[in-house]
Design a binder for this molecule. Structure first.
Ligand SMILES: Cc1ncc(COP(=O)(O)O)c(C=O)c1O
Length: 349
């Protein structure tokens, strides 16, 4: 009964089958295989525009290459303080860019506070060449708090990036989960909202080590293939990554998988709304909630696995995935209800 991370979920069976199906004979190496070609065509059709498409094995590589494309060593990258880029990539963006500065920005529920961002950017430049030059804004969709930037918020971000002449990157490790929440087109959530570069995640939503970097703005495609090689992500047997990505997009599989994950999160939240305090709006497949410490211990003993949030012994993160079984979600709900029932009995008895 794993609610710890969608990274711990198995590979979706259709995607696993696609790997097996691709395992026939030989194919050109290093991304010149027919699956990589097909995936590029699929992306261009899906996003309704030309885009450069680079399959990769990790989201950290996608994010870091995107930063390198848009930010020189003397530049600055603005992202939320909780962004994966800032907290969980061990300095990879700084390393890849050759020393660009990450500027962590505040904001509720994992979203950059856009008024504050605008104000901050308006105040830059006074130290001239003494300060790093803001070059890139990176947002995460869904955010690290499980929330989703609305199209209105993306529109505002677009206006800000245009006002200051910056690049806009989206870390879409959970892109599909956000897209099904907004119920809009991939184009609307990306380049039509000013997104220049997208880290398109598939691993958390049913694939195995399959991510891609999509570049919508030709200003940022310089030497992209060499940068991938230098990052160690020019995979010789790329066909096995691309075959997964091809299948992921076929028959709307990616959307079906994300819907399943989001539905389980919604089921949990609806059924426990009277019992559980959520710290952030539940808008996709992650729930951050406060529970009595004693209940957290009981749930662990009953075999439920989740992260207790660092620094908060009464806050847990539940991540629902494409593979979460409804009976496990219901089991978790029932365990919380049973605890509450016992507490009520004790207080009335
Ligand atoms: C928001 C976000 N971005 C990017 C990643 C990609 O990480 P990795 O390099 O482990 O594939 C993750 C993985 O947990 C993530 O949660």
């Amino acid at each position: 009964m794993n609610f710890r991370s969608d990274n711990e979920a198995p590979i979706d069976q259709h995607i696993l089958q696609a790997i097996i199906d691709a395992n026939q004979g030989s194919e050109e190496s290093y991304g010149y295989d027919r699956y990589s070609e097909q995936f590029t065509e699929q992306c261009q059709a899906l996003f309704e525009t030309w885009c450069e498409v680079l399959p990769l094995a990790t989201g950290t590589a996608a994010n870091s290459i995107a930063m390198t494309l848009s930010c020189p060593p003397y530049g600055a990258i603005l992202c939320h303080e909780d962004a994966h880029l800032n907290r969980d990539e061990c300095g990879a963006p700084e390393f890849f860019t050759g020393g660009a500065k990450l500027i962590p920005m505040p904001g509720e529920h994992g979203k950059i506070d856009l008024d504050n961002l605008d104000e901050f950017l308006a105040g830059t430049g006074v130290h001239g060449e003494h300060e790093s030059l803001p070059c890139t804004i990176s947002i995460t969709q869904c955010t690290e708090s499980g929330t989703v930037y609305t199209l209105q918020e993306l529109k505002r971000l677009k206006a800000i990036k245009e006002k200051y002449g910056l690049a806009l990157h989206m870390d879409g490790a959970r892109f599909a989960n956000a897209l099904v929440t907004l119920d809009c087109s991939p184009a609307e959530m990306t380049w039509q909202s000013g997104i220049d570069m997208l880290s398109f995640g598939a691993t958390k939503n049913g694939a195995m080590m399959a991510e891609a970097l999509l570049i919508f703005n030709t200003a940022y495609i310089r030497e992209i293939k060499r940068l991938r090689k230098r990052s160690g992500h020019l995979i010789s047997k790329m066909r096995f990554i691309s075959a997964q990505l091809v299948r992921y997009l076929e028959d709307d599989l990616w959307l079906k998988l994300a819907k399943k994950a989001n539905q389980q999160a919604r089921l949990f939240t609806q059924e426990t709304s009277q019992l559980v305090e959520c710290l952030h709006p539940v808008e996709a497949n992650e729930v951050f909630c406060r529970l009595p410490v004693v209940l957290i211990e009981q749930l662990k003993q009953q075999g439920f696995e989740f992260h207790v949030w660092p620094g908060h012994n009464d806050v847990i993160r539940l991540v629902f995935s494409h593979a979460t079984r409804e009976r496990d979600t219901k089991g978790l709900i029932a365990a919380i209800e049973a605890h509450q029932f016992r507490v009520n009995q004790q207080s009335t008895g």
